[in-house]
Design a protein around this ligand. Sequence first.
Ligand code: XBP
Ligand code: MG
Length: 254
Amino acid sequence: LRPLMLEAILWDVDGTLAETERDGHLVAFNGAFEELDIPWRWSEQRYGELLRVAGGFERLLFDMESQPLAPGSLEERSALARRIHVLKNQRYKKLVASGALRLRPGVRELFDECSASGLSMAIVTTTSHGNVDALLSAQVGADWKARFAAVVCAEDAPVKKPDPQAYRLALVRLRLRAEQAVAIEDSAMGLAAATAAGIPVVITRSRYFPDDHVTGALAVGPSLGTRAGWSPALDARPGKVGLADIRRWHETRG
Ligand code: XBP
Ligand code: MG
């Protein structure tokens, strides 16, 4: 049997394409609290703890459990979380539409390399289509969708990572087997989601997950923008992590 070749790269969004959490979602959450006269704010550190809960709405509900100023009943909390979440996303979209949140180093180059060599790409995220559209319209252009063979967001796969639902759906839409894809992720939760779907994973560490345990990843490194600091190590020539590196890692999968 011939080993399966790499046919697609599946991209996580938050933390992987851009540092959207601290400079995007967190700022927008605190802005929404203020707008609604809600008497609490999230610090950068608290938000880091809350990122263990995937999904902004779910994160709000979780925080309210230990928030003495939150309403008492689950019904009221859900209604409030929904209002905050809507406003947060409006603010987030405005923020990223301004171009303030740039793609992480090496991402654009790998997009271009995949397009040039005809390798499929997909988006696999727990955030919404609207948020992804705002980010990629600003950073890639209004026609960004043409570059992706599948775009799987929270509306398509409501069960959030670390559940593999979003990754499984992406494989169905791409008509690929798990071994034919590589996921690029930044967190242990993302790694768990892709791994549970059978997809090998490359981790580019992000600001909020600098030392997550990521055992079982094909490769772990600081950024696609540098060849230094990767495990397994890359040859130390200058330059970025490219498709040839990803293909080589893919060939080593267990
Ligand atoms: C990261 C998330 C998201 C964002 C906020 O998703 O957990 O919930 O923090 O977005 P990923 P929403 O890394 O899979 O892209 O408020 O839209 O949930
Ligand atoms: Mg992520």
